[in-house]
Design a protein around this ligand. Structure first.
Ligand SMILES: Nc1ncnc2c1ncn2[C@@H]1O[C@H](COP(=O)(O)OP(=O)(O)OP(=O)(O)O)[C@@H](O)[C@H]1O
Ligand SMILES: [Mg+2]
Length: 281
């Protein structure tokens, strides 16, 4: 198939405005290791990046922060198994004037020079995932097969994917040929000191209360693989802190945000409830 080259200044079909995708105010992101510097170096090389880590460990917040810091528009796509290549790339739409091509979010990002964040990419089927291949190697192009156009990525375009290593099985994993197109950064729940600081900042609770929440989480995280599939995330700790800050009794707040969401097992709930009582009596 033959492809037209995209005009230098984008394409009239794509009138998305980069300002819509710009992050105006600095997102609060507390650096845990050297991830911001490493990411910045990767961005300078326009290296596709993979953020690996459990749910609620700061991946999305980090991308928002980096997009703000690098002053790039950010286009995020939540991937799921029903997603098709057309959902990413674009499709023809029918309207009263006939047919009209509509760029998908990946195409918009590639034309605009945005950072494109594909969240939970493993959820997408492999025939969908492969559309990112030509964008993630030296070619940096995106073929719009149906339109017969070859989009050359804007020089500032970068692709970032998130990946939760815990949830994969053999049927649902990225192919090596996809994985090996990315540099990767590991995310995990931060050390207690840092997590306490994050909670105090995010929720307004005092450091003493934040520290207790973190200690409860530490205990629950030790139960991962021993009755819990996943430990309590930083996100859930933020929920607990928000309720406590609003005046909810800490035990009720913890029960609602740290215990009930993560397990239905009565024994495990008792274990976690008693950990909560040890800190909030
Ligand atoms: N390093 C950090 N600095 C500031 N806030 C953080 C940090 N890590 C986690 N958080 C807090 O935890 C919340 C959850 O983080 P985030 O939504 O980025 O998780 P995620 O890794 O993208 O999770 P998921 O895989 O479920 O999408 C954030 O909204 C923020 O309040
Ligand atoms: Mg996220």
């Amino acid at each position: 198939m033959l492809f037209d080259q995209t005009p230098q200044n984008g394409n009239s079909d794509s009138n998305a405005n980069a300002d819509e995708y710009r992050i105006q105010t600095e997102p609060y992101y507390r650096t845990v290791h050297d991830e911001a510097n490493l990411y910045e170096a990767a961005y300078k090389a326009r290296m596709p990046m993979m953020l690996k880590g459990p749910t609620g460990s700061g991946k999305t917040r980090f991308v928002e922060y980096m997009a703000w810091k690098l002053q790039r528009p950010l286009i995020s796509v939540a991937c799921n198994e029903d997603m098709t290549a057309s959902d990413l790339v674009g499709r023809y739409l029918l309207d009263k004037d006939g047919t009209r091509w509509q760029d998908g979010p990946l195409t918009t990002a590639a034309r605009m020079g945005a950072i494109c964040y594909l969240d939970e990419i493993v959820e997408a089927r492999q025939d969908t995932t492969v559309v990112i291949h030509p964008l993630t190697d030296h070619r940096r192009v995106l073929p719009l097969e149906k339109k017969g156009e070859l989009v050359e990525a804007h020089p500032d375009f970068q692709i970032v994917i998130s990946y939760n290593p815990g949830y994969q099985n053999l049927m649902k994993d990225l192919k090596q040929s996809t994985k090996q197109r990315f540099g990767a950064l590991d995310f995990d729940y931060p050390d207690p000191e840092t997590e306490t600081e994050i909670l105090a900042h995010e929720t307004g609770v005092d450091r003493d209360t934040a520290g207790k929440l973190v200690e409860i989480a530490q205990r629950a995280r030790n139960l991962k693989g021993h009755g819990l599939d996943e430990g309590i995330s930083t996100r859930l700790l933020v929920y607990a802190g928000q309720l406590i800050h609003k005046g909810v009794d800490p035990r009720d707040a913890c029960s609602m945000t740290l215990v009930r969401p993560i397990t239905d097992d009565p024994d495990m709930r008792d274990t976690l409830d008693s950990a909560v009582s040890a800190f909030f009596s």
